[in-house]
Design a protein around this ligand. Structure first.
Ligand SMILES: [Cu+2]
Length: 451
């Protein structure tokens, strides 16, 4: 991790970023299931932050070093010491060796900063990268690979005219935290509106939404099909053909797109009406031997009855007198409150996320993969008044592209979102949190403990 300068666009001067390995996003780490990888993450960042640290935020108090970092491998099943727990941060000049067992199925994982109280700033500064875990089964499918596999790391940023990063503040120098940050540009693999030169054949796009707060509504301008083959934790049971895809911060989509009909033409990937990048398709004829099998893998559907217990957990937001959000919590508790989610190693639990707010929160659990059971509309006012759940309609099964293994779930407003997970692999204290980085900081993050 070090400060570097990067050209985000031909017409802009270089932008100061904090990166892994000199570029944002950092190097894509490729690993094989069953083959452990060790990474030494060296903190060579400056000792002063260039974005507004809020000392009123939990974990970023004025007595703490201003610049701290810890790398979390998102979606990885790892021992607690290697997870990148928010309080395991270290200062410039120090380093930490992480061992990733890779004892899990192929998946689109990613790494990013998780330092308590400042990771929204560290991520915004550029500390993120992809980690592609592959396995024999996935490699046997014949999916587009090699040059026909393109990682797409999406992250929006506010840029000044001189190319410098801008991170907004509240106007209160003692408490500069803001509840959400949305950029005026989106970086795709660290560039504004990049162009990819492709051939008239199928491509596999490994898409990551690495934004602090923006949800992406992805589609091609010409409406061409997105064959969704995987989500956060690897392949779906079968491909799902879609024309648009809604991706929350932290979520990944594994998508195959076919440019075979576009020789000499181009395709544009959009976020709603705004172009994100352009694919310039070569005019040559190519032989495409890649395949998208109709059966990708076995994803046994978990049911409610597989869980030994259910937890009801609220998503809360507290506002000031002019309705500006000031604090977000999970189940009404702060980070430093005693651990309430103690889960027995190997047990399966249902977590019912009761969203009391008016926002969708992408909720992420470290350590485990889970499945979405359902979402069900309920009477929020009645719950607020009496703590009783009165449903307003039937439970809705997740759509096909959300029926694979997940590690982030979009918890919609007005809904109870239920997920089911088996807490196996490792004991210890891990984090679960909203993946809107500004929410997570204040304080939509809680520890849970596997015992
Ligand atoms: Cu949130």
């Amino acid at each position: 991790m070090a400060e570097s300068a990067q050209k985000l666009h031909r017409d802009l001067p270089p932008t100061t970023l904090w990166t892994y390995g000199g570029h944002c996003p950092g190097p894509t780490i490729e690993a094989r299931s069953g083959e452990p990888v060790e990474v030494v993450w060296e903190n060579a960042l400056p000792s002063k932050h260039f974005l507004p640290v809020d000392h009123a935020i939990c974990g970023a108090e004025a007595d703490k070093p201003e610049v701290r970092a810890i790398v979390h491998l998102h979606g990885a099943k790892v021992p607690r010491k290697d997870d990148g727990f928010p309080e395991d941060w270290y200062v410039p000049g120090k380093s930490r060796r992480h061992r990733y067992p890779n004892a899990q199925d192929a998946a689109t994982l990613w790494y990013h900063d998780h330092a308590m109280g400042i990771n929204r700033l560290n991520m915004y500064a550029g500390l993120m990268g992809l980690y592609l875990l592959r396995d024999e089964h996935e490699l046997s499918l014949g999916l587009p690979s090699g040059e026909q596999e393109l990682p797409l790391v999406l992250a929006d940023r506010l840029l000044r005219e001189d190319g410098r990063l801008y991170y907004p503040d509240s106007g209160d120098a003692k408490a500069p935290w803001v509840p959400e940050v949305f950029g005026n540009v989106t970086l795709v693999n660290g560039a504004i509106l990049p162009r990819a030169d492709v051939q008239a054949r199928r491509y596999r796009l490994r898409v990551l939404n690495a934004a602090n707060g923006r949800f992406y509504h992805l589609r091609f301008r010409d409406g061409r099909a997105l064959q969704v083959i995987g989500s956060d934790q690897g392949l779906l049971a079968a491909p799902v053909s879609m024309t648009s895809l809604f991706l929350a911060p932290g979520e990944r989509a594994d998508v195959v797109v076919d440019f075979a009909d576009l020789r000499g033409g181009h395709a544009e990937l959009m976020n709603d009406a705004l172009p994100l990048m352009r694919f310039a398709v070569g005019s040559g004829m190519v032989r495409d031997e890649s395949r998208v099998p109709q059966v990708l893998r076995d994803v046994p559907r978990m049911t409610e009855s597989s869980a030994s217990s259910t937890r009801e957990l609220t998503l809360d937001e507290y506002s000031d007198c002019i309705a500006t959000p000031m604090l977000m919590l999970l189940n009404g508790k702060r980070w430093h409150d005693p651990v309430t989610e103690k889960v027995k190693l190997g047990s399966t639990e249902t977590w019912s996320l009761v969203n009391l707010t008016e926002d969708t929160h992408p909720i992420h659990l470290h350590l485990v993969r889970f499945q979405i059971l359902d979402r069900r509309p309920y009477d929020v006012d009645e719950y607020m008044a009496k703590k009783t759940l009165r449903y307003l309609g039937p439970a809705q099964e997740p759509p096909p592209h959300e029926r694979g293994w997940k590690d982030v779930v979009q918890a919609y407003p007005g809904m109870v979102t239920r997920i089911v997970a088996t807490f196996d692999g490792h004991v210890g204290r891990y984090a679960w949190h909203c993946h809107l980085a500004e929410h997570e900081a204040n304080e939509m993050m809680r520890p849970f403990e596997v015992v």
